[in-house]
Design a protein around this ligand. Structure first.
Ligand code: PMP
Length: 459
């Protein structure tokens, strides 16, 4: 790979970064003495930094986004063609890629019907919150306005999304929060909160307890990740989702599934909830929708939800009075349509299931060798290994040690993630989500790097 960045420009780029760029999720003091990492190119599953170093990217762009891998010329071509034809028009009008992608997307989501375009996971979730509040106003005299969210789940970065945040590490210091959001307990069996046999059902019953405590006539919606991502890669225990669905039906609570991470192939089905036979009222998605080739997010609803906003045309307030300016950028659906074609034509869901099984098997083997691995979890190419100082007490390792494992992998040319156990200082789950094109060699290289890193950090 030849890089387009002449080396004499590199010091300029680094200086400009140091002087003017405020990075996401980063403490900046250390950057006064070390160079920022500047990623300049990507091809397939690999990326190169400005010094020419190659990395196998086991987290798809850092945050589980580049599902079909880097350097996809057909997506670039589709976007270019669309941009020169029509780059933008407000979504009060339709567009060719907007229509075609909505049709394609809905064909993969039986039971769902309408696509509302916006630009980020945060925004897609905010749209649902607004819809739920408006439904409460229209249908329930404002009463069914509360929205339940789960401990350890994350739904975005705005103040309202942080009001629905189960990760204090993200939400602390940004209050006061939007009222009307209520937390329910998490469902991670490894860190069981109830000593029972049917753990999944018990964890779901905890949601019912919250509904009863708050008053069913005040609760409008429940917002859950199908598999909790940043909160520690939490796969739901058996029986959990079935019971959640029953509870929502019983109390007329609308079910909102946040597929921002799991959506569009990541877990080996088009959507994470499809593993569990769930019938949501709302599904939100962002990251993998166009694999990061364009900014696009979707809020998808059933026809029944959509109908609630048009049942009385004589009422001038009876529609969803919302706009997302950049929801009208046509590059998004153009890229998303080609992204989906690639997943279908290249059989990437099958590959995700096969490579995901290999990744889990490799991690289980590492667990036999390294006592520091307390639990291995995952579905498809979305896996985590929780690190503990002691298997009996499940005391998490020091966050710095988990980060040292990631740094060691990076030194070996493999980028992995470390996710949070929801509290500041408790990042102890290694997170792996390579592109859906990963090969057996890629998977083995990732786990070999972790093997070496665990040996060096923990002995
Ligand atoms: N929901 C989930 C489950 C997420 O993981 C994220 C981002 N990591 C978001 C929502 C927010 O997405 P965005 O950063 O695009 O606003």
């Amino acid at each position: 790979m030849t890089l387009d960045t002449p080396s004499n420009d590199l010091s300029h780029i680094i200086e400009a970064d140091r002087a003017h760029v405020w990075h996401h999720l980063l403490q900046h003091k250390p950057l006064e003495t070390t160079d920022p990492r500047i990623i300049v190119e990507g091809k397939g599953i690999n990326v190169w930094d400005a010094t020419g170093r190659e990395y196998l990217d086991a987290v798809s762009g850092g945050v589980w986004t580049v599902n079909v891998g880097y350097g996809r010329e057909s997506i670039a071509d589709a976007v270019r063609e669309q941009l020169v034809k029509l780059n933008y028009f407000a979504q009060s009008a339709g567009s060719i890629p907007g229509s075609l992608f909505a049709e394609k997307l809905i064909s993969k989501m039986p039971g769902m019907s309408r696509v509302y375009y916006n630009n980020s996971g945060t925004e897609a979730n905010e749209k649902v919150f607004k819809m739920v509040r408006q439904i409460a106003e229209k249908r329930h005299g404002g009463r069914k306005h509360k929205i339940l969210f789960r401990e350890r789940d994350y739904h975005g970065t705005s103040i309202t999304a942080l009001s629905a945040c189960g990760q204090p590490q993200r939400s602390a210091q940004y209050g006061p929060y939007t009222p009307g959001f209520v937390e329910v307990p998490h469902c991670l069996e490894y860190r069981a909160q109830w000593d029972v046999e049917n753990y999944g059902e018990r964890a779901a019953d905890a949601i019912e307890e919250v509904i009863l405590r708050e008053g069913p006539d005040t609760v409008g919606a429940l917002c859950l990740e199908p598999i909790t991502a940043g909160g520690g890669v939490i796969t739901p225990p058996q029986g959990y989702w079935e019971r959640v669905q029953e509870i929502c039906a019983k109390y007329e609570v609308l079910l909102h599934i946040d597929e921002v991470v799991c959506g569009v192939g990541r877990t080996g089905t088009w959507f994470g909830y499809q593993h569990y036979g769930v019938k949501p009222d709302f599904v939100t998605m962002a990251k993998g929708v166009a694999s990061g080739y364009a900014a696009i997010a979707c809020t998808v609803t059933t026809e029944a939800v959509f109908e609630m906003f048009k049942d009385d045309p004589s009422d001038p307030m009876n529609y969803f009075r919302d706009i997302s300016t950049f929801g009208g950028c046509t590059a998004g659906p153009a890229a998303a349509l080609e992204n989906m074609r690639i997943i279908e034509d290249e059989g990437l869901l099958d590959n995700t299931n096969a490579m995901g099984a290999r990744l889990i098997a490799n991690l289980e083997t590492l667990k036999e060798k390294h006592a520091v691995i307390g639990d291995v979890r995952g579905k498809g190419l979305f896996c985590g290994a929780e690190l503990v100082a002691d298997r009996a007490s499940k005391e998490p390792v020091d966050e710095k040690q988990a980060q040292a494992v990631a740094a060691d992998c990076m030194a070996q040319g493999v980028i992995i993630g470390v996710t949070n156990r929801s509290l500041p200082g408790f990042n102890n789950t290694l997170c792996l989500s390579p592109a859906l094109i990963a090969t057996p060699d890629d998977i083995d290289r990732i786990t070999d790097a972790i093997d070496g890193a665990l040996t060096r950090v923990f002995g």
